[in-house]
Design a protein. Sequence first.
Lengths: 116, 113
Amino acid sequence: GAVVSQHPSWVICKSGTSVKIECRSLDFQATTMFWYRQFPKQSLMLMATSNEGSKATYEQGVEKDKFLINHASLTLSTLTVTSAHPEDSSFYICSARVLAGPFEQYFGPGTRLTVT
Amino acid sequence: GQNIDQPTEMTATEGAIVQINCTYQTSGFNGLFWYQQHAGEAPTFLSYNVLDGLEEKGRFSSFLSRSKGYSYLLLKELQMKDSASYLCAVREPPSGGYNKLIFGAGTRLAVHP
């Protein structure tokens, strides 16, 4: 099946610093990847849609200058949280769109970000 | 607006059957997904419905009624490992060449011996 990886699996950073999260499709090419954020006991909230070779599409209320997304290749998308604040602490999950089957999304294992 | 409702928590006994309901009111509809998510892990795909009726897949079945904006996930022969959150997600019609998923808040299922 389609496998999506994320790196790192968890990260702790200080307020004001930036952290980069990578999302890779390991055995397929993904022209579209999605970035979600999930707070404890809440659902996944779509942050942005990442398209290879073009600018990401951000959901309403998500600051594009704070959450930088780059989809430089068909197997890699990165999310950079800039000038991190404690309220950015969350579980960040990426998914990749698979063209075969009912077009469901395959999810990465998630990255736990803690900002101190 | 988009609204997807699921019960927050459910408990059940090992070996029993449990039904998790999901109602939705969305501006568009292009399929409904159920995902399982263990704490601290990514969601894993369980089932997909786009037409009315029941889809069976081993111990899991999912039902959809588009006219009622209603779906349920049925889990049979419950096992302890089924303790997890179950997420209902509605797929929007394509826009910009792709479909977005709108997730419900999830139902945390606890299976007891």
